[in-house]
Design a protein around this ligand. Sequence first.
Ligand SMILES: Cc1cc2nc3c(=O)[nH]c(=O)nc-3n(C[C@H](O)[C@H](O)[C@H](O)COP(=O)(O)O)c2cc1C
Length: 188
Amino acid sequence: MTSILIFSGSARQGAFSKQLAAAATTLINGEGGKPTLIDLADFEVPLYNADLEAESGIPQPAVDFWRLVASHDGMAIATPEYNGFVTPLLLKMLCWASRPSPGDDFGTVFQGRPVALMASSPGRLGGVRVIPRLRDIVAELGMIAIPGFVTVPDAASAFTEQGRLVEHRKEEEVVCLVRRLMTASRRG
Ligand SMILES: Cc1cc2nc3c(=O)[nH]c(=O)nc-3n(C[C@H](O)[C@H](O)[C@H](O)COP(=O)(O)O)c2cc1C
């Protein structure tokens, strides 16, 4: 069964992007995948600082995150954009998890790993500006960004109380993306 690690780029309780990640988790299940939904807020790390790394190494939550990445076949990220850019929460975790560490495979965990990109916003553009920026970052880390993406505009009214996407068409877009992700992530 294809395992997918999925998370949002927001720490906010009730974040729209967390709702999108949760909706995608349900859809991955429906497609026969094995999703693991995590909350990056549970993996508290400081901003990357080389002095900190020299003093105390990679923070344990980054190691825990790294291990989760390593134990899944693929990844899916649902994120808001902050000023059109990637959120600090996401960026700092990717920074830490990309660091090499003696005796470990740190720095290579992302290599060749398929990742699907999604964004959401209460605004009308759905956070679309973050997609090419995030695509550049994940490519730099060696990941394979799945062609296409999903954005959810007007996110405040985009989800049902049961956590599904209100618009069937939008749900279909997520299903198409996760199918491509699962095909790319399948091993052997
Ligand atoms: C610092 C900051 C910058 C933001 N920049 C954007 C932006 O560029 N585009 C946008 O659509 N929304 C922007 N927003 C609004 C967010 O989309 C909104 O707060 C959203 O709810 C955050 O995502 P979340 O619900 O997943 O936490 C910004 C919010 C903050 C706090």
